[in-house]
Design a protein. Structure first.
Length: 210
Protein backbone atom coordinates (compact mmCIF):
# COMPACT_ATOMS: atom_id res chain seq x y z
CA UNK A 1 0.00 0.00 0.00
CA UNK A 2 1.28 3.46 -0.90
CA UNK A 3 2.70 5.52 1.93
CA UNK A 4 0.27 8.31 1.04
CA UNK A 5 -2.88 6.68 2.36
CA UNK A 6 -4.90 9.82 1.62
CA UNK A 7 -4.87 8.99 -2.10
CA UNK A 8 -6.42 5.57 -1.60
CA UNK A 9 -9.96 5.20 -2.91
CA UNK A 10 -11.51 2.07 -1.42
CA UNK A 11 -15.01 1.26 -2.63
CA UNK A 12 -16.10 -0.72 0.46
CA UNK A 13 -15.67 0.13 4.15
CA UNK A 14 -16.36 -2.74 6.57
CA UNK A 15 -16.96 -1.61 10.15
CA UNK A 16 -16.36 -4.23 12.85
CA UNK A 17 -19.18 -5.09 15.26
CA UNK A 18 -18.86 -7.97 17.70
CA UNK A 19 -22.61 -7.87 18.23
CA UNK A 20 -23.01 -9.02 14.62
CA UNK A 21 -19.97 -11.27 14.30
CA UNK A 22 -18.33 -12.44 17.56
CA UNK A 23 -14.61 -13.00 17.94
CA UNK A 24 -13.47 -15.81 15.71
CA UNK A 25 -16.35 -15.32 13.28
CA UNK A 26 -15.34 -11.67 12.84
CA UNK A 27 -11.78 -12.52 11.86
CA UNK A 28 -12.96 -15.27 9.51
CA UNK A 29 -15.37 -12.98 7.67
CA UNK A 30 -12.91 -10.09 7.47
CA UNK A 31 -10.34 -12.47 5.99
CA UNK A 32 -12.83 -13.65 3.37
CA UNK A 33 -13.78 -10.18 2.19
CA UNK A 34 -10.23 -8.76 2.03
CA UNK A 35 -8.99 -11.88 0.22
CA UNK A 36 -11.83 -11.86 -2.31
CA UNK A 37 -11.65 -8.15 -3.15
CA UNK A 38 -9.32 -6.35 -5.55
CA UNK A 39 -6.28 -4.88 -3.78
CA UNK A 40 -6.91 -1.45 -2.29
CA UNK A 41 -10.69 -1.68 -2.70
CA UNK A 42 -11.63 -2.51 0.91
CA UNK A 43 -11.03 -0.58 4.11
CA UNK A 44 -11.61 -2.33 7.43
CA UNK A 45 -12.53 0.00 10.27
CA UNK A 46 -11.87 -1.18 13.83
CA UNK A 47 -14.90 -0.03 15.81
CA UNK A 48 -16.14 -2.09 18.82
CA UNK A 49 -15.88 0.80 21.27
CA UNK A 50 -17.27 -1.33 24.09
CA UNK A 51 -14.14 -3.50 24.15
CA UNK A 52 -11.54 -2.73 26.84
CA UNK A 53 -8.67 -0.86 25.23
CA UNK A 54 -6.12 -3.68 25.51
CA UNK A 55 -8.51 -6.17 23.92
CA UNK A 56 -9.37 -3.70 21.19
CA UNK A 57 -5.68 -3.17 20.49
CA UNK A 58 -5.07 -6.92 20.24
CA UNK A 59 -8.05 -7.34 17.91
CA UNK A 60 -6.68 -4.48 15.83
CA UNK A 61 -3.33 -6.22 15.51
CA UNK A 62 -4.96 -9.42 14.27
CA UNK A 63 -7.15 -7.60 11.77
CA UNK A 64 -4.28 -5.43 10.57
CA UNK A 65 -2.20 -8.52 9.76
CA UNK A 66 -5.06 -9.91 7.65
CA UNK A 67 -5.62 -6.61 5.87
CA UNK A 68 -1.94 -6.09 5.10
CA UNK A 69 -1.58 -9.65 3.75
CA UNK A 70 -4.14 -8.85 1.06
CA UNK A 71 -3.05 -5.27 0.35
CA UNK A 72 -6.16 -3.61 1.74
CA UNK A 73 -6.63 -0.64 4.10
CA UNK A 74 -7.16 -0.41 7.85
CA UNK A 75 -8.47 2.46 9.98
CA UNK A 76 -9.55 2.95 13.58
CA UNK A 77 -12.80 4.49 14.76
CA UNK A 78 -12.17 7.64 16.80
CA UNK A 79 -9.14 6.44 18.80
CA UNK A 80 -6.17 8.35 17.43
CA UNK A 81 -3.89 6.74 20.01
CA UNK A 82 -4.76 3.24 18.82
CA UNK A 83 -4.39 4.32 15.20
CA UNK A 84 -0.85 5.45 15.97
CA UNK A 85 0.03 2.30 17.94
CA UNK A 86 -1.22 0.11 15.10
CA UNK A 87 0.27 2.28 12.34
CA UNK A 88 -3.20 2.26 10.79
CA UNK A 89 -3.83 3.88 7.44
CA UNK A 90 -6.02 6.47 9.12
CA UNK A 91 -8.83 7.24 11.52
CA UNK A 92 -12.59 7.79 11.37
CA UNK A 93 -13.92 10.65 13.51
CA UNK A 94 -17.39 10.90 15.00
CA UNK A 95 -19.36 14.14 14.91
CA UNK A 96 -18.44 14.86 18.53
CA UNK A 97 -14.78 13.94 18.11
CA UNK A 98 -11.81 16.24 17.53
CA UNK A 99 -11.78 18.21 14.29
CA UNK A 100 -10.08 16.58 11.28
CA UNK A 101 -7.49 19.38 11.14
CA UNK A 102 -6.56 18.73 14.79
CA UNK A 103 -6.31 14.99 14.14
CA UNK A 104 -4.06 15.74 11.17
CA UNK A 105 -1.57 17.50 13.43
CA UNK A 106 -1.18 14.28 15.41
CA UNK A 107 -1.39 11.72 12.61
CA UNK A 108 0.65 13.52 9.98
CA UNK A 109 -0.08 14.54 6.40
CA UNK A 110 -0.17 11.11 4.75
CA UNK A 111 -2.90 9.43 6.81
CA UNK A 112 -6.49 9.11 5.66
CA UNK A 113 -9.09 10.87 7.82
CA UNK A 114 -12.82 10.35 7.45
CA UNK A 115 -15.61 11.86 9.48
CA UNK A 116 -19.24 11.07 10.23
CA UNK A 117 -21.97 13.22 8.70
CA UNK A 118 -25.70 12.89 9.36
CA UNK A 119 -26.92 15.91 7.44
CA UNK A 120 -26.19 16.26 3.71
CA UNK A 121 -26.37 20.04 4.11
CA UNK A 122 -23.35 19.80 6.45
CA UNK A 123 -21.14 17.74 4.17
CA UNK A 124 -18.17 20.10 4.08
CA UNK A 125 -14.92 18.11 4.49
CA UNK A 126 -13.54 20.36 7.29
CA UNK A 127 -10.12 18.86 6.63
CA UNK A 128 -11.32 15.27 6.13
CA UNK A 129 -10.51 13.15 3.09
CA UNK A 130 -13.82 11.28 3.19
CA UNK A 131 -17.27 11.54 4.75
CA UNK A 132 -19.60 8.73 5.80
CA UNK A 133 -23.12 10.01 5.23
CA UNK A 134 -25.70 8.24 7.38
CA UNK A 135 -28.33 6.86 7.36
CA UNK A 136 -28.85 6.57 3.62
CA UNK A 137 -30.99 3.51 2.92
CA UNK A 138 -32.21 2.32 6.32
CA UNK A 139 -33.03 3.74 9.72
CA UNK A 140 -30.00 4.02 11.97
CA UNK A 141 -29.99 4.98 15.65
CA UNK A 142 -33.57 6.21 15.36
CA UNK A 143 -32.88 8.46 12.39
CA UNK A 144 -34.97 7.97 9.21
CA UNK A 145 -33.16 7.18 5.95
CA UNK A 146 -31.99 10.11 3.83
CA UNK A 147 -32.26 8.24 0.54
CA UNK A 148 -29.72 8.16 -2.27
CA UNK A 149 -31.07 11.55 -3.33
CA UNK A 150 -29.08 13.09 -0.47
CA UNK A 151 -26.02 12.92 -2.72
CA UNK A 152 -27.39 15.88 -4.72
CA UNK A 153 -27.02 18.10 -1.66
CA UNK A 154 -23.87 16.55 -0.23
CA UNK A 155 -21.69 16.27 -3.35
CA UNK A 156 -21.26 20.01 -4.12
CA UNK A 157 -20.33 20.65 -0.48
CA UNK A 158 -17.93 17.71 -0.22
CA UNK A 159 -15.72 18.88 -3.09
CA UNK A 160 -12.82 16.46 -3.57
CA UNK A 161 -13.64 14.49 -0.41
CA UNK A 162 -15.02 10.99 -1.02
CA UNK A 163 -18.60 10.30 0.01
CA UNK A 164 -19.67 6.93 1.40
CA UNK A 165 -23.22 5.78 2.08
CA UNK A 166 -23.83 4.13 5.46
CA UNK A 167 -27.03 2.68 6.89
CA UNK A 168 -29.16 -0.16 5.55
CA UNK A 169 -26.88 -0.86 2.59
CA UNK A 170 -27.04 -4.40 1.18
CA UNK A 171 -25.62 -5.58 -2.14
CA UNK A 172 -28.51 -4.23 -4.20
CA UNK A 173 -28.44 -0.97 -2.25
CA UNK A 174 -24.69 -0.65 -2.77
CA UNK A 175 -25.18 -0.71 -6.53
CA UNK A 176 -27.88 1.97 -6.20
CA UNK A 177 -25.61 4.18 -4.09
CA UNK A 178 -22.69 4.01 -6.52
CA UNK A 179 -25.01 4.62 -9.47
CA UNK A 180 -26.35 7.71 -7.66
CA UNK A 181 -22.84 9.12 -7.29
CA UNK A 182 -21.44 7.86 -3.98
CA UNK A 183 -17.78 6.85 -4.08
CA UNK A 184 -18.56 3.72 -2.10
CA UNK A 185 -20.45 2.29 0.83
CA UNK A 186 -19.81 1.53 4.48
CA UNK A 187 -21.43 -1.59 5.93
CA UNK A 188 -21.60 -3.82 8.96
CA UNK A 189 -24.13 -6.63 8.65
CA UNK A 190 -24.06 -6.80 4.85
CA UNK A 191 -20.59 -8.35 5.16
CA UNK A 192 -20.25 -9.52 8.77
CA UNK A 193 -23.61 -11.29 9.01
CA UNK A 194 -22.95 -13.53 6.01
CA UNK A 195 -20.15 -15.98 5.15
CA UNK A 196 -20.31 -14.96 1.48
CA UNK A 197 -18.97 -11.49 0.61
CA UNK A 198 -19.23 -12.00 -3.15
CA UNK A 199 -22.68 -10.43 -3.72
CA UNK A 200 -21.44 -7.17 -2.17
CA UNK A 201 -18.14 -7.25 -4.04
CA UNK A 202 -19.87 -8.01 -7.33
CA UNK A 203 -22.36 -5.17 -6.81
CA UNK A 204 -19.46 -2.77 -6.32
CA UNK A 205 -17.36 -4.24 -9.14
CA UNK A 206 -14.38 -4.99 -6.90
CA UNK A 207 -13.97 -8.76 -7.03
CA UNK A 208 -10.33 -9.84 -7.17
CA UNK A 209 -9.22 -11.15 -10.54
CA UNK A 210 -8.63 -14.89 -10.55
Amino acid sequence: MSEDRRRARPRLIVMTDLGVAPLGVLEERITRVVAAAAPGSVMVQLRDRELPVRERLELGRRLLAMVREHDQLFTVNDRIDLALLLDADGVHLGEQSVAPDDARQILGPEKLISRACHDPASAEPRGADALLLSPVLGERKGNPPLGVEAIATARPLAGDARLYALGGVDAAGAARCVEAGFDGVAVIGAVLATPDPHPMLAALGIERAR
